[in-house]
Design a protein around this ligand. Structure first.
Ligand code: HEC
Ligand code: HEC
Ligand code: HEC
Ligand code: HEC
Ligand code: HEC
Ligand code: HEC
Ligand code: HEC
Ligand code: HEC
Ligand code: HEC
Ligand code: HEC
Length: 326
C-alpha cells in the first residue's frame, strides 16, 4: 500500500513540476541567473544540471524521504525564492548539478552533493550550498565554533522533514545533546531548567548560528542572558553582591546540578570559595563567633548555611541591607 501511495505522490509531483519553468539549462548557460546554487568546487569540466529537474530525480528517488521535501518550505512552488519556485533549480539547488548522476548506467555513478555526517561531500561545500540562499545566516556563522569544527547545516536541520527538528524545543534539545553529552548529562540532574519538559530549549540561551558573545550566548554576557527571563534579578540593587552582577555562572550551573537551585556547590562551601576562612565569615559555624560574639548557641549557625542569615544573596534594596540580610 505504501508503494502505491508513493507512486501516486511521485506522479503528482512529476505532473506538477513538469509544468513549471525549470532553470537547468539557463543556469548552465548564463552565469548567476536567479539566486541559484553554484556548481561544486573543482570539477574538471563544468557539471551540467539535469534537463527536467525534479522529474528526472524522482524517476529513481520516489522514496518517502526524498518526496517529503515537497512538504517543507523548500518545496513551495509559490515562493519564488524556494528551490521549487519558478526558474529555480529544484532538487539540484541543494544537491548540485546532477545530469551525469541521473544519466549514468551501471556501476560508478558520479556523486551529487550529499549532506550530513559521513557524506562524501566536504562540509564546507555542503554548507556553501545552503548559504547561496541563506546568506543572512552567515553573519556570525563563519566565525562560530560550529563552522570551525566542521558541523554542517544538515547536522542540525533536516531539509527533507516536514517538521524541521530545530523548530520544536523537544527535537531541538535532542539533536543538540546528541553531540553535547556533558550538557545532556547535566540536563538529567535533579535541579535543572525545564528543557526535558520542552518548556525551554538550548536556544533560550544560545544563538544557534553563532554570536559575538562567549559560548554563543544570545546576549553579550551570561548575566544579561539570564536576566532576559529572571528580570527581577537584573538590578541595579542598592546593595549589590558583586559576583551576581559579574556572572550568574559564578554560583549557578545553567545546564543543571545535583545541588538545589542549580548551585555549583552547597552553602556554606559555595560562599567560602570566595569569602575568607578567617574572621566572621567562615568561623561563623562556631556558636561563639558571630559578630558581636553573642556567646549563646545559635541554631542558625549550627545549621551552617550562610543563607540562613544572608538571605538576599542576589542583592538588597533595603536601607540597611548592606550585609545582604534583608
Ligand atoms: C537512474 C536513476 C537515478 C536518477 C535519475 C537519479 N539518481 Fe540519485 N542515486 C541513484 C542511485 C542508484 C543512488 C545510490 C547509489 C550511488 O550513490 O551510486 C543515488 C544516490 C543519490 C544520492 C545520495 C543518497 C545517499 O544515500 O546519500 C542523492 C542525494 C541523489 N542520488 C540525488 C539525486 C538527484 C538530485 C537526482 C536528480 C538530479 C538524482 N539523484 C537522479 C539513482 C538515480
Ligand atoms: C533544501 C535543500 C534540498 C532540496 C531542495 C532537496 N534536498 Fe535532498 N537532501 C538534502 C539534505 C540536507 C539531505 C540530507 C538529509 C536530510 O537532512 O534530510 C538530503 C538527502 C537526500 C537523499 C538521501 C536520503 C536518504 O535516504 O538518506 C536523497 C536521495 C535526496 N536528498 C534526493 C532529493 C531529491 C530527489 C530532491 C528533489 C525532489 C531533493 N533531494 C531536494 C537537501 C535537499
Ligand atoms: C534555492 C534557495 C534555497 C536553498 C539552496 C536552500 N534554502 Fe532553505 N529556504 C529557502 C526559502 C525560500 C525558505 C523559506 C524562507 C521563509 O519562509 O522565510 C527556506 C527555509 C529554510 C529553513 C526554515 C525552515 C522552516 O521550517 O521554517 C531552514 C532551516 C532552511 N531553509 C535551511 C536550509 C538548509 C540547511 C539548506 C541546505 C541544505 C537550504 N536551506 C538550502 C531557500 C533555500
Ligand atoms: C547547531 C545547530 C544548527 C546549525 C549547525 C545550523 N542551524 Fe540553522 N537553525 C538552528 C536553530 C536552533 C534554528 C531556530 C529554529 C527556530 O527557532 O525556528 C535555526 C534556524 C534556521 C533558519 C530559519 C530561521 C532563520 O534564522 O531565518 C534558517 C534559514 C537556517 N537555520 C539555516 C541554516 C544554515 C544555512 C546553516 C548552515 C550554514 C544552519 N542553519 C546551521 C540550528 C542550527
Ligand atoms: C554534530 C554535532 C553537533 C551538534 C548537533 C550541535 N553541536 Fe554544538 N558544538 C559541536 C562542536 C564539535 C563544537 C565545538 C567544540 C566544542 O566546543 O565542544 C560545538 C560547540 C558548541 C558551543 C560552544 C560555542 C563556543 O563558542 O564555545 C555551544 C554553545 C553549542 N555548540 C551549542 C549547540 C546547540 C545549542 C546545538 C543545537 C541547536 C548544538 N550545539 C548542536 C557539535 C555539535
Ligand atoms: C539557561 C541558559 C542556558 C541553556 C538553556 C543552555 N545553556 Fe549552554 N551555556 C549557558 C551558559 C551561560 C554557558 C557559558 C558557561 C560558562 O561560563 O562557561 C553555556 C555554555 C555551553 C557550552 C560550552 C561549554 C564549554 O565548556 O565551553 C555548550 C557546548 C553548551 N552550553 C551547550 C548547550 C546545549 C546543548 C544546551 C541545550 C541542551 C544548552 N547549552 C542550554 C547557558 C545555557
Ligand atoms: C528563557 C527563559 C530563561 C532563561 C534565559 C534563564 N532561565 Fe532560569 N529559569 C527559567 C524557568 C522557566 C525556570 C523554572 C521555573 C519553574 O520551574 O517555576 C528557571 C529556573 C531557574 C532556577 C531555579 C532552579 C531550581 O532548581 O529551582 C535558577 C537557579 C535559574 N533558573 C538560573 C538561571 C541562570 C543562571 C540563567 C542564565 C545562565 C537562567 N536561569 C536563564 C527560565 C529561564
Ligand atoms: C553568589 C552566588 C550567586 C550568584 C552569583 C547568583 N546566584 Fe542565584 N542563587 C544563589 C543561591 C545561594 C540561591 C539559593 C537561594 C535560596 O535557597 O534561597 C540562588 C537561587 C536562585 C534562583 C532560584 C529562585 C530564587 O530566587 O530562590 C534563581 C532563579 C537564581 N538564583 C537566579 C540567578 C541569576 C539570574 C543570577 C545572575 C543574575 C544569579 N542567580 C546569581 C546564589 C547565587
Ligand atoms: C565568586 C565569589 C563570591 C561568592 C561565591 C560569594 N561571594 Fe559574597 N562577595 C563577593 C565579593 C567580591 C563581595 C564584595 C566584597 C567587598 O565589597 O569587599 C562580596 C560581598 C558579600 C557580602 C557583603 C559584604 C560587605 O562587607 O558588604 C556578603 C554578606 C556576602 N558577600 C555573602 C555571601 C554569601 C552568603 C555567599 C554564598 C551564598 C557569597 N557571598 C558568595 C564574592 C563572592
Ligand atoms: C547567624 C547569622 C549569620 C550567619 C549564619 C552568617 N553570617 Fe555573615 N554576617 C552576619 C552578620 C550579623 C553580619 C554583619 C556584621 C557587621 O555588620 O559587622 C555578617 C557579615 C558578613 C560579611 C561582611 C563581613 C564584614 O567584615 O563586614 C560577610 C562577607 C559575611 N557575613 C559572609 C558570611 C558567610 C560566607 C557565611 C557562611 C559561611 C556567613 N556570613 C554566615 C550574620 C551571619
Amino acid at each position: 500500500m505504501s508503494t502505491a501511495l508513493r507512486r501516486t505522490a511521485a506522479l503528482v509531483a512529476a505532473l506538477l513540476f513538469s509544468a513549471l519553468p525549470f532553470a537547468g539549462h539557463v543556469a548552465e548557460a548564463k552565469d548567476g541567473a536567479a539566486p541559484a546554487a553554484t556548481p561544486p568546487a573543482a570539477s574538471a569540466k563544468p557539471a551540467a544540471y539535469s534537463r527536467k529537474g525534479a522529474d528526472t530525480c524522482i524517476a529513481c528517488h520516489d522514496d518517502k524521504v526524498s518526496l517529503a521535501v515537497f512538504r517543507t518550505p523548500h518545496g513551495a512552488p509559490k515562493d519564488p525564492r524556494s528551490p521549487f519556485g519558478a526558474g529555480q533549480l529544484q532538487c539540484e539547488a541543494c544537491h548540485g548539478p546532477g545530469d551525469a548522476h541521473a544519466r549514468h548506467k551501471g556501476k560508478g555513478r558520479p556523486d551529487v552533493i550529499e549532506f550530513g555526517r559521513g557524506a562524501n561531500t566536504p562540509v564546507s561545500v555542503q554548507n556553501a550550498q545552503c548559504l547561496t540562499c541563506h546568506n543572512g545566516t552567515a553573519n556570525h556563522w563563519a566565525a562560530s565554533a560550529h563552522a570551525g569544527s566542521e558541523v554542517s547545516c544538515a547536522d542540525c536541520h533536516d531539509s527533507h522533514a516536514a517538521h524541521d527538528p530545530m523548530k520544536r524545543a523537544s527535537t531541538q534539545n535532542e539533536t543538540c545533546t546528541s553531540c553535547h553529552k556533558v550538557q545532556h548529562t547535566q540536563g538529567l540532574m535533579p535541579f535543572r531548567h525545564p528543557l526535558e519538559e520542552a518548556r525551554m530549549a538550548c536556544t533560550s540561551c544560545h544563538a544557534p548560528h553563532g554570536s559575538n558573545a562567549p559560548a554563543q550566548l544570545i546576549r553579550a554576557t551570561t548575566t544579561e542572558t539570564c536576566t532576559t527571563c529572571h528580570a527581577e534579578l537584573r538590578g541595579p540593587f542598592a546593595w549589590e553582591h558583586q559576583p551576581v552582577a559579574e556572572d550568574c555562572g559564578n554560583c549557578h550551573n545553567p545546564h543543571g546540578s545535583t545541588n538545589p537551585g542549580m548551585l555549583k556547590a552547597r552553602g556554606p562551601f559555595l560562599c567560602q570559595q570566595c569569602h575568607q576562612a578567617s574572621g566572621h565569615p567562615s568561623i561563623s559555624f562556631g556558636p561563639n563567633n558571630l559578630p558581636g560574639r553573642a556567646g549563646q548557641q545559635q541554631a542558625y549557625v549550627v545549621a551552617g548555611n550562610c543563607l540562613n542569615c544572608h538571605t538576599q544573596v542576589h542583592g538588597s534594596n533595603h536601607p540597611s541591607g548592606s550585609k545582604l540580610m534583608r
